[in-house]
Design a protein. Structure first.
Length: 285
């Protein structure tokens, strides 16, 4: 048996290289050799041509020499048996891998919600699924109400001046962490609803409520105090206006009307001064 130069341990099937059988005569092998040599000689790739002709010559010189062919045939059947065994083992390994993949796929189908295949979901299952989605929406609604209650408590503490800088930071972080947690949960619920074949608009109002809380929350303690004081000032001014005599209310209304006309350039500068002077004269009285 001849060895290959590239890999001395690699066995070559010379009968396969020459497209012949073990029972073929030397003359048949010679005809096969000349036919294949003519085909390989026209190859444009030099390396491929050289390799093909080398293997062809090696097979031809072995199988046309009686002594070499006899030695080669002694190991031919053994080598074929080894090859078949290796192929059998490889095929068995592939079958085992495929069986494992099938088993894992079945497990995953049990773990993954059936709603991913919502087009094939029976009507009863879709009704039950819609019920679960609504229950999820109601659950998130209650959680958001808790956050709004925490926010109300926070605003009350600001007005009462009982919220120190540290307590503000703790309360702010707690509220924002809860907002982020709920936003993440709502995003997952919306994706699940969409994959289930339903519109996810059930969760959009909830998401908007949380987004407003997150965007409107003061970033620093100073901003929180300033916002609270401004709110108090607005309330104080509003209460003063409500308690003011009717004449003052009417004067305020006239001033607002004159300012509006002036901003829209509906009156000249002289007319603006005249009208404002009349209003101020009424206030002095």
């Amino acid at each position: 048996m001849r060895k290959n130069k590239k890999n001395k341990n690699e066995w070559k099937d010379f009968y396969q290289i020459l497209n012949c059988q073990m029972a073929d005569t030397t003359q048949t092998i010679q005809y096969a050799y000349y036919r294949l040599a003519a085909q390989y000689s026209v190859l444009t790739d030099t390396n491929q041509k050289k390799h093909a002709l080398y293997e062809l010559q090696l097979a031809f010189s072995t199988l046309t020499n009686p002594n070499l062919r006899e030695k080669y045939d002694e190991t031919y059947l053994d080598e074929l048996a080894k090859m078949n065994k290796r192929m059998h083992a490889k095929k068995r390994k592939i079958n085992i891998i495929n069986a494992i993949k099938t088993t894992v796929s079945r497990w995953m189908q049990k773990l993954i919600p059936e709603t991913l295949n919502h087009k094939n979901t029976p009507l009863d299952d879709k009704t039950e699924l819609k019920k679960r989605i609504i229950e999820k929406r109601d659950h998130f609604n209650k959680e958001i109400e808790k956050v709004e209650a925490m926010l109300s408590d926070y605003n009350y503490m600001l007005k009462e001046d009982t919220l120190t800088k540290k307590r503000f930071a703790d309360k702010r972080n707690k509220i924002l962490a809860e907002v982020e947690r709920l936003l993440s949960g709502i995003e997952e619920a919306m994706q699940f609803t969409y994959q289930s074949g339903f519109k996810n608009d059930l969760f959009i109002p909830l998401k908007d409520r949380l987004s407003k809380i997150k965007e409107g929350f003061p970033k620093t303690y100073a901003a929180a105090i300033w916002g609270s004081k401004k709110e108090e000032e607005r309330e104080e001014i509003h209460n003063l206006v409500l308690a003011a005599p009717n004449g003052i209310k009417k004067a305020f209304e006239k001033i607002a009307y004159i300012l509006t006309k002036a901003s829209q350039q509906e009156i000249s500068e002289e007319e603006y001064k005249l009208e404002m002077g009349l209003v101020l004269a009424e206030l002095k009285q």
